[in-house]
Design a protein around this ligand. Structure first.
Ligand code: KG4
Ligand code: ZN
Length: 341
């Protein structure tokens, strides 16, 4: 049984072929770099590029897997959340392929995909629930209790920016371009994470006497962090700004990582047998991965390319849900960020 999965929720055009046991036969990701000069993803441009790339990306995946559409038994696509125009390209292409062959179809939630990346063989063998899962990406940040494949409950989520968005906004303030997570991590490598106590960091929490609205909650907030960096940069002189850029990056990164770790630790203390899995682009961050490894619990870290957006994770999630038979899926619609199916 082979699944063909398509993912186009943001700015990567992705297609994958995955076997029922979680073996990846092909996982093609075509990243759009047209957005970099705008400092963020432009939805219209993303949709247009998905449309131009989708056929070639699917063909590339089939070739890489050494199979044809005749070998595909289930078709899947991301339904949401994401950019509506971008989602519609992948969802329509997938529905078209499924309908032409009267195949069953699975409409997949993008976040469920990030969780399901942990079920892929290439992610170090399937990591089976129950576990706590941290999903931290450019659009979403949450901790969930995963009770079984395809069954999870959100314990805490971000009240404002996503962790990846915080990385991207910090990177932009530091003049590192877009998307900035990996660039900020590289700059932070030579810096001191304790140089500045940004909000959310363990250092800031330690020195705080006032109770915060987030005490006791597993929710996240990153909006104050980027403002703190903005003010710090404004207070420093030009020379010092340049000289201390690595310290600023390291301290800013530490504040995000500390905040993510704090919620994971508290979610783990509440249950789930002390097991943790991760997903989302921010889970590619080396500092986060290192610190998670020091938690003293069983931590499953999929390889970086399965943490960032890809279609293999969508296939893995499709295998956790009941597919819709032809033609029941023809009127399925996409849902945008913040929308509900
Ligand atoms: O999961 P993803 O590929 O796409 C979304 O669903 O959003 O995540 C992209 C996000 C971006 O904000 C990017 O800056 C961040 O993940 N990211 C990183 C790293 N690599 C990607 N953030 C921190 N450190 C990294 N190494
Ligand atoms: Zn994602």
């Amino acid at each position: 049984m082979t699944v063909l999965a398509i993912e186009t929720s943001c700015d990567d055009t992705c297609a994958a072929l995955v076997d029922r046991d979680g073996t990846i036969r092909a996982n093609v990701v075509a990243s759009q770099h047209e957005h970099d000069r705008f400092g963020g993803v432009v939805p219209e441009i993303a949709a247009r590029h998905h449309l131009q790339a989708i056929d070639a990306v699917i063909e590339h995946a089939l070739r890489e897997a050494d199979c044809s559409l005749d070998d595909v038994e289930l078709v899947a696509a991301t339904r949401g959340p994401g950019l509506i125009g971008a989602l519609l390209v992948g969802l329509s292409a997938a529905k078209g392929i499924a309908a032409a062959r009267q195949l069953p179809f699975a409409a997949v939630d993008h976040i469920a995909g990030h969780v399901a990346a942990n079920f892929l063989q290439a992610a170090g063998g399937p990591f089976e629930p129950p576990f706590i899962c941290l999903v931290a990406s450019g659009g979403h940040t949450l901790v969930a209790q995963v009770d079984a494949r395809g069954s999870s409950r959100v314990l805490g989520t971000t009240l404002d920016d996503a962790a990846g968005e915080a990385f991207d906004k910090g990177a932009r303030l530091l003049g590192l371009g877009y998307p900035g997570g990996a660039a900020l991590e590289a700059l932070a490598a030579d810096g001191d994470p304790l140089a500045f106590a940004f909000p959310g960091s363990a250092a800031a929490r330690h020195g705080r006497s006032r109770r915060s609205a987030l005490d006791g909650s597993l929710d996240f907030s990153f909006a104050g962090l980027k403002t703190a960096l903005l003010y710090k940069l404004r207070d420093l002189g030009e020379d010092e700004r340049a000289q201390r850029a690595p310290d600023l990056a390291a301290s800013y990164q530490a504040a995000i990582v500390d905040s993510l770790l704090d919620r994971c630790e508290r979610a783990l203390a509440a249950g789930a047998g002390g097991r943790l899995a991760v997903g989302g682009g921010v889970a590619a961050n080396g500092a986060l991965r290192r610190r998670l490894g020091e938690l003293g619990v069983e931590v499953h870290l999929p390889p970086r390319e399965l943490c960032t957006d890809n279609a293999a994770m969508i296939a893995a999630a499709a295998l956790c849900q009941a597919p819709l038979p032809y033609p029941d899926y023809l009127d399925i619609d996409a849902y945008p960020s913040g929308g509900r199916p």
